[in-house]
Design a protein around this ligand. Structure first.
Ligand code: R5P
Length: 293
């Protein structure tokens, strides 16, 4: 305990210097509570305002996806280059060391497999486990236009309510059915519904025409999902276009872990997201790093 006899009168009040009241750097997030902002600030880099999320949660409905057969061997070497890992609690507990410094976005919806209707999800992880595992956000799949559209929206709003109680943000993941048009109109609808109903940020696919209208009409940050594997150069161009057209980063899986060189690819994506590198230079970086391996 400090010795009260030696207590000196304080002088450093700086009465001429008003206390700074800073705004929060992330779109639509300024009215959130401290814990929410702190967690979002662990996902999104406050300097660039963007994130590189490495999505490796595919196994929750499709088992050992190509590239994710051995997460300990295939994925752990990529982790140092990501801001955030998006994964299931099963993989987090069994493979990922708790000393990890990257933030965690945990998949909390599930209950379906590729053998049946995918939109029939429920909440599959209680909020207590998200708190216990110190996650920075919870991810819920939302199937706008899907057979179980309403149920999936309510799954999301339930997590928004529960997460708000404990300061944990919810990421709404827009899932598009096979037969639906992947166009700006659809993604404006899907992302806006998620944001209006409380999602703290939303994951959307990139589209060639009108992606900037999707980001403009969504009042919270959008992160771009990678989608199915395409050539590295094209995936880098897509990531570049997405961030230049208003995305606050990427949440990429297959285009990183199914790349010929995943470690080189994630570093090239990072250069695009955080340093505004051009796709051409990022592709050169990819090739250089790939050769050095
Ligand atoms: C799929 O349902 C998972 O949620 C993935 O996180 C998502 O699809 C992003 O991964 P990818 O870039 O492979 O599409």
């Amino acid at each position: 305990m400090p010795d009260v006899d030696e207590l000196k009168e304080g002088k450093k009040y700086y009465t001429d210097t008003p206390q700074k009241t800073e705004g929060f750097f992330l779109k639509g997030s300024n009215s959130l509570d401290w814990g929410m902002k702190n967690r979002l600030g662990r996902i999104f880099n406050p300097k660039s305002g963007r994130t590189v999320m490495l999505a490796i949660d595919h196994g929750y409905f499709q088992g050992p996806t190509t590239g994710l057969e051995r997460i300990d061997l295939n994925i752990m070497p990529l982790v140092p280059y990501a801001d955030t890992l998006m994964l299931t609690r099963g993989i987090l507990r069994t493979i990922v060391p708790p000393s990890i410094s990257q933030s965690i976005v945990m998949r909390v919806s599930g209950g379906t497999s590729i053998l049946k209707e995918l939109s029939n999800e429920e909440i599959a992880v209680g909020i207590e486990d998200s708190i216990r595992m110190n996650v920075s956000a919870m991810a819920v799949q939302v199937f706008i236009g899907g057979e179980y559209e309403r149920q999936s929206i309510i799954n999301m709003t339930r997590m928004v309510d529960q997460g708000t109680r404990y300061g944990i943000p919810t990421l709404a993941v827009t899932a598009v059915g096979k037969d639906m048009a992947r166009d700006a109109r659809y993604f404006r609808l899907a992302t806006r519904i998620c944001a209006e109903l409380g999602a703290h940020y939303v994951k959307s696919y990139y589209i060639e025409e009108g992606f900037e209208t999707v980001t403009a009409s969504c009042p919270v940050p959008i992160v771009m999902a990678g989608g199915k594997k395409i050539p590295e150069k094209d995936a880098l161009k897509m990531a570049y276009n997405a961030v230049q057209q208003g995305a606050s980063g990427v949440d990429m899986g297959r285009n990183i872990f199914q790349s010929e060189s995943p470690v080189a690819m994630i570093q090239a994506v990072k250069a695009i997201v955080h340093e505004n590198e051009t796709p051409e230079k990022a592709f050169d970086l990819y090739n250089t790093l790939k050769r050095e391996q």
